[in-house]
Design a protein around this ligand. Sequence first.
Ligand SMILES: Cc1cc2nc3c(=O)[nH]c(=O)nc-3n(C[C@H](O)[C@H](O)[C@H](O)COP(=O)(O)OP(=O)(O)OC[C@H]3O[C@@H](n4cnc5c(N)ncnc54)[C@H](O)[C@@H]3O)c2cc1C
Length: 419
Amino acid sequence: MRSINKYDVVVVGGGAAGVAASVGAARAGAKTLLVERNPYLGGSATHAGVSSFCGFYTRGESPQQITGGVGNIVLDYLRREQADIEIYKTSIGNQIIQFESEDLKYLLDTMLQDEGVDILLHTHLIGCFTENGKIGRLHLMDDEGDYWVSAKCFVDASGDANLARFAGAPIRWGGEDQSAQFATLMMRIENIPEHFKLTPAIIQDAIEKAIAGGMQGFSKQTGLILKKTGKTSGIAILPSYKLNSLAASELTKAEQNTRKQARAYIEAFRTYIPQMKDCVMVLSGPRLGIRESRRIIGKEVLTGSQIIEAQKSDNAIGRGAWPSEAHNSESGLADYIFVKEGDYYHIPIGVLENETISNMWSAGRTISVDKVAYSSIRVMGTCFVTGHAAGVAAALSSSEKRSTIKSIQDELKRQGAFV
Ligand SMILES: Cc1cc2nc3c(=O)[nH]c(=O)nc-3n(C[C@H](O)[C@H](O)[C@H](O)COP(=O)(O)OP(=O)(O)OC[C@H]3O[C@@H](n4cnc5c(N)ncnc54)[C@H](O)[C@@H]3O)c2cc1C
């Protein structure tokens, strides 16, 4: 069997968190490998069509940038390549950065190569070897078979806590009530008139008329279609499904069900919104977007009250400010609980660590938080923050020196992060 044995840090998952972890680790001097099962990086931003970064700024009149570090490097690449990005404020005062998933796919390849990170796409983590509370090596698979990669430290940026699960770290499904928010299949729709403002009220009216007219199969009665200024295409956030597990049988049902819904929504828009009579769906997904699945129960749990009160911590590794945005209801829109206006909360290192495995850090949407806090930390701006910190912590711990919170904070600041 093939075996590779030359890394300080291996990062599992190439979404926002994994990209940030890999660059953070490499910039801290670690020989770093990123493994990703998809054919490209970006995770939900590319493979699930989520093409707006939230969580880079505080909310309110004078937004303050709170995601620096690797998140900022990603923005620099997008700007330098003159990618199609637009930063705007929503009606509830949140700052959003819209981009094109195709731009991001290409730019992340370039960026990680520039940063000296080794990448293996088309590579599935299928298990790991753990001894004395440490992961020794990862069991990986590609289409030529399975093999092992060993390293000193690891980052779980798999979105679904897949490494933590294989390693035997404590994990749970969803929040305290063990239920997860709706998963949603993104739809790219074209032929929307350039200056047509497609509000949730217009969408709701069309769906209600469609239901009254006998059409079936809508999970949400309204939702958002995000459209850049002056464009004729938009991303609809509508067909949704409540997942109970990540078993292939459950995901198959969910993918098939939401694909069917997508066609029903298009039919409703064509029939009941005159400006949309020629609209077409040019892309779904590619895969169902999973908002919430498994996460670790860490050394610390960041709570809803801590984020709402904008609590600060001496053990901080970064900042978050996006409101708690939960997608639990069938009405279609999210329920928001806001962080103190103009302020941010601290994310302590303990929410990336667990008591069982000492050489693995969790990142992105797999970190240790309660239900309310989860709905804030899951956005990509904040995933860049926790990924960056996890990569730096893993890199420093893989070197001879013992890492401390002070050394992690110093290195993050040296790399441009806001701690
Ligand atoms: C419908 C929807 C709308 C959203 N809207 C927004 C929004 O507008 N703005 C925003 O900022 N956030 C939004 N979010 C949230 C955000 O997209 C995610 O929470 C965030 O992207 C998670 O990043 P991550 O890096 O933690 O995980 P992911 O992006 O899920 O990346 C994890 C990566 O790990 C890989 N992986 C998993 N298991 C394995 C394995 N065994 N082997 C190898 N690779 C593996 C996956 O293929 C994936 O690429 C939305 C989410 C959804 C679902």
